[in-house]
Design a protein around this ligand. Structure first.
Ligand code: FES
Length: 77
C-alpha cells in the first residue's frame, strides 16, 4: 500500500490516511491533533471546510465513485 491512501467515498467525503499533511494556500500546516486519518469535504456543505462534518447527508449529496483511467495530461505550452 502507498504511504498515503485517499479514498473517495460514495455520497460523501474524501478520506485521507497514512503519511500526509494538510496545508493552507500559504503552506501553513493544519494541526490535526494526532489524527492519522481525516475526511475532506467534497460536497461543499461542511461548516468546517476543508474537513467533512457530516453535512453531506442532510444536503443529500449524491455521487457514486468508480475508479477509472484518466486521459493523458495535456502538454504544457
Ligand atoms: S463531504 Fe461531508 S460535509 Fe461535505
Amino acid at each position: 500500500m502507498a504511504a498515503t491512501k485517499i479514498t473517495v467515498n460514495n455520497d460523501g467525503s474524501i478520506r485521507v490516511e497514512g503519511d500526509f499533511e494538510i496545508v493552507d494556500p500559504q503552506g501553513k500546516v493544519f494541526g490535526l491533533a494526532g489524527r492519522t486519518a481525516i475526511g475532506l469535504c467534497r460536497c461543499g456543505h461542511s461548516a468546517n471546510k476543508p474537513f467533512c462534518d457530516g453535512s453531506h447527508k442532510a444536503a443529500g449529496f449524491n455521487d457514486t465513485v468508480v475508479a477509472r483511467e484518466l486521459p493523458p495530461p495535456k502538454p504544457k505550452i
